[in-house]
Design a protein around this ligand. Structure first.
Ligand code: FPP
Length: 245
């Protein structure tokens, strides 16, 4: 029986966030360059987006490029950006037909014009779609996002646009993920067990799933396995098991 068949259709998470890791090591094992690994990684992106769509996940957030990734060799950065642009261009019509709504979170200021142009076009074309939301975290880091929120709050308080009494809801509305529910599940591939500055505020109560599989080896069935694993956990939100019964 496949993992997909084992899933409880009433317990599908609304939002799954993914740290796609291990493209470089996957390529190295095959004596190929890192870009070859990233290219293969885009196939996994497609698989996972399809899988999420099939089971009715509402939001999928993919960590495509962190603010720290700007420190990688120039050749790798431009290779990754080209893959992103070609991936978006090639898949835009398909995504649109599937009713997918694409959005981007992150610090736009370092993104080059041609990347921005391709992204803006895709975001605009899909903005009224009502199916799966695919959120790409690009030039994103959680500390950047939190500081950005704090600075905007300070500005709005000084202009009397918001009261000084900031609660969780108000704070969340200043994050790049405003209007997106917190992820119930965070997946990281490649055997690394850390969060790497991703959605620190939003994953307060997320279930964390780590797998040894490198991202290029993470396809539909691996995604369904992660969801199955999530469905068999007890989410207590600080309460006791007995209270949940
Ligand atoms: C991590 O592997 C992966 C990345 C930094 C980039 C992920 C990007 C893609 C899969 C391509 C484009 C994305 C979209 C949304 C179309 P790594 O390089 O850190 O691998 P390593 O840890 O083995 O070196």
């Amino acid at each position: 029986m496949s993992y997909k068949e084992k899933l409880d259709t009433k317990k599908i998470p609304r939002h799954v966030a993914i740290i796609m890791d291990g493209n470089g090591r996957w390529a190295k094992e095959r004596n190929k360059n890192r870009i070859f690994g990233h290219k293969e990684g885009t196939k996994s992106v497609k698989s996972v987006v399809e899988a999420a769509h099939e089971i009715g996940v509402e939001y999928i957030t993919l960590y495509a490029f962190s603010t720290e990734n700007w420190n990688r060799p120039e050749k790798e950065i431009s290779g990754l950006m080209s893959l992103l642009v070609s991936g978006i261009k090639e898949e835009l019509n398909y995504l649109h037909k599937q009713n997918v709504k694409l959005s981007i979170i992150g610090d736009g200021k370092n993104i080059s014009k041609n990347v921005k142009k391709a992204i803006d076009k895709a975001v605009e074309k899909t903005q009224n779609n009502t199916g799966l939301n695919v959120v790409i975290a690009l030039s994103y880091s959680s500390r950047w996002e939190i500081l950005n929120a704090v600075n905007n709050i300070i500005k709005d308080v000084s202009e009397n646009k918001v009261s000084e009494q900031i609660d969780e809801q108000i704070f969340s509305s200043y994050l790049t993920t405003a209007n997106i529910p917190d992820p119930e599940l965070l997946i990281r591939t490649s055997g690394e067990v850390r969060i790497s500055n991703f959605l620190l505020w939003q994953i307060s109560y997320s279930e964390l799933y780590f797998t040894e599989k490198f991202w290029p080896d993470f396809k539909k069935e691996e995604f369904f396995e992660a969801i199955y694993n999530y469905q068999n956990r007890e989410r207590r939100f600080g309460k006791t098991s007995e209270q949940l019964k």
